[in-house]
Design a protein around this ligand. Structure first.
Ligand code: SF4
Length: 64
């Protein structure tokens, strides 16, 4: 699985990196970014959780 975070849509609500810190981090301004584009199997649930809780629909999951 790969994860794409659309920086144009992100409004910095922070849900992704609070709920799924294994996949997402905050930049210095509070906007989210993806730690690694290729998500290990163990982190797929976290990636789904982050994507499902983004109020801006900024996160897209791409299955291999
Ligand atoms: S939850 Fe969505 S809007 Fe909030 S920081 Fe993450 S990507 Fe950005």
């Amino acid at each position: 699985m790969k994860v794409h975070l659309d920086r144009e849509r992100c409004q910095g609500h922070g849900r992704c990196y609070v709920l799924a810190s294994s996949v997402f981090e905050s930049d210095d301004d509070g906007y989210g970014f993806v730690i690694s584009g290729a998500v290990p199997d163990d982190f797929h649930d976290a990636a789904r959780k982050g994507a499902g809780n983004c109020p801006e629909d900024a996160i897209t999951l791409i299955r291999d």
